[in-house]
Design a binder for this molecule. Structure first.
Ligand code: GAP
Length: 455
């Protein structure tokens, strides 16, 4: 049985300050969300963990932060102007718009849009059973204008994937950083897609953040490199605490490969209420991107092996993770309930069991009472710890209530300052998961937390 539903995660996210509906005072904007004070910490920690694993702790990958707005020719070369579209149908009665492939999949039919195939299925509108139009392709790129003139000469696009900025900088990075194949370039940033059917909270939105890495390789032996990245990306989610049973690989069928891909595998997560859905992808993009940019820009994007004199267009193995989908997966997977304690009014209490490195708040500091010397010491302790950690100070309610408040947002440690602390200079540190309490000298707190967070 499922522990929780997506609706439950949505309401908990709003109540606890993780994720709010965007522009809500104006009635909201469909499928647009804002990360609240705890959400921004969680998502930043996800991005930091990704950067650490993908750039900091590898000698063969470097970082980049390319612009969102790029020369419009980029999207001709990349194939997005021509091929980045979804099959769309309209209901002739209620005018609702649907993704034809999703309608077929919901009926257990494999999407196939060769001429004459859609009509055979006699699909009707899921909402009103009205007649549907034929299938049209709808380009997903957001278009806008650069400068004051709104004419076609000034049309420009919001990038639908971050990786194109990596390809256009391939030669810059390779030369300025004196890189030899194989090597990778990683970046984190916003992407935009005018999705026809966004929804399911932050799972599918029109503005989202990607964490992408492009590994440039010689075509020989790239199959092993593809397998290596598959395993590394999967392991990253497991190491950060996602339960093994909620993760799986799914290889793409040849007919569903994106226009750039020769081979692709998704990492899927078992999202509450949605089942297994794409969390990240590993793609063999062949030499599609660099060959096309070479053709459209007229610039040489080949790589020269000085030792052998061989000149090649590198192939690319891409790892593409969504920061929002990853954040949602970490949030959903951390959700747990335990029996209410004696002092609790509830049978069940929520605990978010985030991996320590992802927890938005690392430790909360409580004075046992609002008495001035305890407040003062607790604040002094907080101000020592906040150089290195996100902390919270809380002095309201019983200690039990304060523990529960922190459990509900996944804080790994609570530090309580009591009257004895004034005498023995020790405090009580309580662990979120074991609920064990330990008396620790105030001067030992920094080394205690260094050990506790070196995970
Ligand atoms: N550069 C390759 C690429 O963009 P993708 O499978 O289309 O591949 C990669 O996207 C990841 O970006 C997905 O696995 C997902 O995590 C995230 N993503 C894609 N579309 C999204 C959307 N509309 N909302 C939220 N995340 C999305």
């Amino acid at each position: 049985m499922e522990k929780t539903s997506l609706e439950h995660i949505v309401s908990l996210s709003k109540q606890r300050g993780f994720i709010y509906p965007s522009s809500e005072i104006y009635g909201g904007l469909s499928s647009s969300y804002d990360y609240g004070p705890l959400g921004v910490e969680l998502k930043n920690n996800v991005k930091k963990a990704w950067w650490k694993a993908m750039v900091q702790m590898r000698g063969d990958v470097v970082g980049l932060d390319a612009a969102i707005l790029m020369h419009p020719r980029v999207w001709e070369a990349s194939g997005h102007l021509e091929g980045f579209s979804d099959p769309l149908v309209d209901c002739k009665k209620c005018k609702k718009r649907w993704r034809a492939d999703h309608l077929l999949e919901d009926k257990g039919i494999e999407p196939d849009f060769r001429p004459g195939t859609w009509e055979k299925h006699n699909m009707v509108c899921p909402s009103c059973e009205g007649e549907l139009t034929g299938v049209r392709n709808f380009n997903l790129m957001f278009k806008t204008f650069m400068g004051p003139l709104e004419d076609s000469a000034n049309e420009i696009y919001l990038r639908p994937e971050t990786c194109q900025g990596i390809y256009t900088n391939f030669v810059h990075v390779q030369q300025s950083m004196r890189r030899k194949l194989p090597f990778g370039i990683a970046q984190i940033g916003k992407s935009f897609r005018n999705e026809i059917t966004p929804g399911n909270f932050t799972f599918r939105t029109r503005e989202f953040e990607q964490m992408e890495q492009q590994y440039f390789v010689h075509p020989e032996g790239k199959g092993d490199i593809f397998e290596m990245w598959k395993e590394l990306r999967m392991q990253w989610y497991k190491d950060l605490g996602i339960k093994e049973e909620n993760l799986r690989f799914r290889d793409h069928r040849p007919d569903e490969l994106a226009h750039y891909a020769k081979n692709a595998t998704d990492i899927e997560y078992n999202y509450p209420g949605l089942g297994f859905k794409e969390l990240a992808g590993i793609h063999d993009r062949g030499d599609w991107d660099l060959s096309r940019h070479q053709e459209f820009s007229g610039q040489d994007l080949t790589y020269f092996y000085q030792e052998t004199g061989e000149k090649i267009t590198p192939h690319i193995i891409e790892t593409a993770d969504g920061a929002d989908r990853a954040t949602l997966a970490f949030l959903a997977d951390a959700y747990d309930e335990r029996d209410g304690s004696d002092q609790s009014k509830h049978d069940k209490e929520v605990v978010l069991r985030f991996h320590k490195s992802l927890a938005p708040i690392k430790m909360a500091i409580f004075p046992l009472s609002k008495k001035e010397p305890l407040q003062k010491l607790a604040k002094e302790i907080q101000q020592k710890l906040w150089y290195n950690y996100m902390t919270q100070y809380d002095e309201t309610g019983s200690i039990g209530k304060r523990y529960r408040r922190q459990d509900q947002i996944g804080t790994p440690y609570c530090v309580t300052v009591d009257f004895e602390s004034l005498e023995d200079h020790r405090v009580t540190v309580r662990d979120r998961d074991t609920m064990e309490q330990e008396r620790i000298a105030i001067t030992d707190l920094p080394s205690f937390f260094t050990d506790a967070f070196s995970v």
